[in-house]
Design a protein around this ligand. Structure first.
Ligand code: PGA
Length: 258
C-alpha cells in the first residue's frame, strides 16, 4: 500500500486581514516544533488579500508551510468583476485550492459542474485541488449520505484524467458538523472516507484510490483530532474555526506528540 502523507489544512474563511494573518502564521510557527513538520503537510488557506503577505513570510522565514486559497474562478482571465483566477494564485506560490466548499455550494450557487470547471482550472495551473464533499443533516437522517457524497464526487470529477485525479485531495465535510461544534464520530467519518476511496477506486482504479488523501473536516479540535486521524481512511483534517487560534491549530498539527 502506498504511504499517504497526511495533510492538515486551516481554512480561515473570511477572517483575518493581512496584518493579522502575518501574526497568526508567525505565532503558529513559534508553537510548532521541527518534528511537527515531519511526515505530514501543513497548509494555511487565508483570504485572498493576505496571500501575498503570507507567501513572503513563508519564503523569508523558510517555513515548511504550504499556501492554499479558498476558491478561484474557472476562467484564466476576463470580464469577471471581483473574481480571482487560478494563474493569479499560481503566481503567488499557492499549492492548494479548496474547490466546492459547502459554504460556496450553499451560498454562491456552486454546482458540481462549476466545481468541475474549477478543478480543471486549478490543475491546469499546476496546483492541487482540495475537493470538498459532504451531506446535510437532512440527507444523513434520510439515509442518503453516501449517495449524496458519491454523486458530488462523480459530478465534480467528470472527465478528470487519472493523472489529475492522483493529485487530488478530497475533504469529507458533513455540512451539519461545520462550525457547529458537533463533529462526526470517528466511525462515521471513517465509514464515509472509506466509501469515498472505494468510489475513486471505481472511477480510477485501485492504485489511484490507495494513494488518494482524504481529509475529514467539521468541528475538528485539539481534543478530537487524534481519534479522527487514527482512522485508516482518514489522511488529514480540514480545520475551520480552530485554525484561527495559533495555539489550537498547533495542537491539532502536533497531535502526534500531545
Ligand atoms: P469548522 O469548519 O472546523 O469550523 O467546523 C470546517 C470547514 O468549514 O472547513
Amino acid at each position: 500500500m502506498p504511504e499517504r502523507t497526511p495533510i492538515i489544512a486551516g481554512n480561515w474563511k473570511m477572517h483575518r486581514d493581512h496584518l493579522e494573518a502575518i501574526q497568526l502564521v508567525q505565532k503558529l510557527a513559534y508553537h510548532l516544533g521541527e518534528e511537527d513538520y515531519e511526515g505530514q503537510e501543513i497548509v494555511v488557506c487565508p483570504p485572498f488579500v493576505a496571500l501575498r503577505s503570507i507567501q513572503t513570510l513563508i519564503q523569508s522565514d523558510k517555513l515548511p508551510i504550504g499556501l492554499g486559497a479558498q476558491t478561484c474562478h474557472d476562467e484564466d482571465e476576463g470580464a469577471f468583476t471581483g473574481e480571482i483566477s487560478a494563474p493569479m494564485l499560481a503566481r503567488l506560490d499557492v499549492r492548494y485550492v479548496l474547490c466546492g466548499h459547502s459554504e460556496r455550494r450553499a451560498m454562491f450557487g456552486e454546482t458540481n459542474e462549476v466545481v468541475n470547471r474549477k478543478l480543471r482550472a486549478v490543475q491546469r495551473h499546476g496546483m492541487r485541488p482540495i475537493l470538498c464533499v459532504g451531506e446535510s443533516l437532512e440527507q444523513r437522517e434520510g439515509g442518503d449520505a453516501v449517495d449524496v457524497v458519491v454523486d458530488q464526487l462523480r459530478g465534480s470529477l467528470d472527465g478528470i484524467s487519472i493523472a489529475d485525479a492522483s493529485e487530488l485531495v478530497v475533504a469529507y465535510e458533513p455540512v451539519w458538523a461545520i462550525g457547529t461544534g458537533r463533529n462526526a464520530t470517528p466511525q462515521d467519518a471513517q465509514e464515509m472516507c472509506a466509501a469515498i476511496r472505494t468510489e475513486v477506486g471505481e472511477l480510477y482504479g485501485a492504485g489511484t484510490a490507495e494513494g488518494l488523501r482524504v481529509q475529514y473536516g467539521g468541528s475538528v479540535k485539539p481534543g478530537n483530532v487524534r481519534d479522527l486521524m487514527g482512522q485508516p481512511d482518514i489522511d488529514g483534517a480540514l480545520v475551520g474555526g480552530a485554525s484561527l487560534s495559533s495555539e489550537d491549530f498547533a495542537l491539532i498539527v502536533g497531535h502526534r506528540r500531545h
